[in-house]
Design a protein around this ligand. Sequence first.
Ligand code: KIV
Ligand code: ZN
Length: 524
Amino acid sequence: MTTTRRKKKDRVLVFDTTLRDGEQSPGASLDHREKVEIAHRLARMGVDIIEAGFPIASPGDFRAVHEIAQAVKGPVIAGLARCVEADIARCAEAVMPAKKPRIHVFLATSAIHRKYKLRKARAEIIKHAVASVTFAKSFVDDVEFSPEDASRTEPDFLAEVVEAAIDAGATTINVPDTVGYTMPDEFSRLIGELYESVPNIHDAVISVHCHNDLGLAVANSLASLQAGARQVECTMNGLGERAGNAALEEIVMTLQTRNDVYGPLWTNIKAESLVPISRLVSRLTGMPVQRNKAIVGANAFAHSSGVHQDGVIKERSTYEIIDPAAVGCHDGTDLVLSKLSGKNGLRQALSRVGVTLDSEELAEVYKRFVDLADKKKVIYDDDLLLLASEQMSDTATIYSLEGMQVTAGSSTIPTATVKLRKGEEVLQEAACGDGPVDAACRAIDRMTKVSGRLLDYSLQAVTVGKDAMGEVSLRVAFDDQTVSAKAASTDIVEASAKAYLSCVNRLLSNPGAGGGKVPKRKTP
Ligand code: KIV
Ligand code: ZN
């Protein structure tokens, strides 16, 4: 985005209501210290107005707004109040220490709210709104008025209320889509009509406040900006009542990324703060961010399919419209290795963990990688290191494990059926043992015609997650020779059988190199 041609008239004021509407999210809660911490971060990010809370709602809310007003410098600090004198006076007291205090008063205007909730006629609503704006103005210059449920209010009546509120001194008129009912075309038309029908409209900033009940909060907000609104109310991570509010990060990044469409509109937000603040808000509210959430979700810059990974490696912009670093995602582009990943993705991931393979070796590792990825959803760096180290071992693979089946339990004799490949030949044997591992080793002994005795056995989880790889380390005695080997698998009996088979392969391919003699038992 160019900064040289930014004009004041094109500036979109960002009104963050994470601490008020966002905190109304079922399940979210913040204490006053946490609210102050978030407010400081929002201020540093460049938010223009922070709605810090609803002071009459509780002593905790009052305290949070009051402390934010005292401590947070830069943005306007707003508090919410119903059109009730006690609310407004309490709100005034809370925001007063701020350098730029604002009182935000709201009153429902739609027919449905007038009839069922307020039981007031149109004229009474106007009178009440005017009296409340006037009362708020007796405390502060900066007064915002919201005709609640504006998008379901008769447009002619909405225009009347807005005109009266501006006449009474409202400096911002906020048009809420309180129940997330409107559609982009409809909402931009409504804003356009207000501009046409309200004579004093240019005496106030027109703001919008969209809820996400139909998943359209961001689309509706953006449409209204194109129709002339210049303040947008939003929350981090789209937190808010019911399905939430418009997500701040999505609005800011759409304006920036689609500069060709939104042209001269600009905000003062430092985009590189978006991901860090999103994480802070998520941690403090206890509201996790869905993985596939735009801009700030864990998968927002993760590529899983081989085709996409290949594209991103060649040129990031093939599959990414935003540079992760630009929104403060310093984990960067994430090439998630899964069964859909291609060889190029694997090569890149191996090189990231410091392993370089020639194309033959890579082809071998790739085969084993695909097998493993069939069993594990995500392959971690440690998994890769294990695969690579298996490949780089100098032991010839005389026998390889083709498959195995094990039966074990408290009331059965442990039995293993093991299938091995030796060149073109496929062998199969079954054996019983003291446990499933012992049974598998005995079955292997029968096919390989060697007989080993376990000297040491250890098992370690080497990767993370419930589907972590278990690594088995063995020391096995074959007559007078001991051999050690390791193997890993998501199945620990399979890891044991593989490790045992590695010992057999080492014994057969490097006779004498196994690592020591087993002292012969003295004949009595
Ligand atoms: O959704 C809404 O209408 C509100 C008002 C208080 C602005 O949150
Ligand atoms: Zn709201």
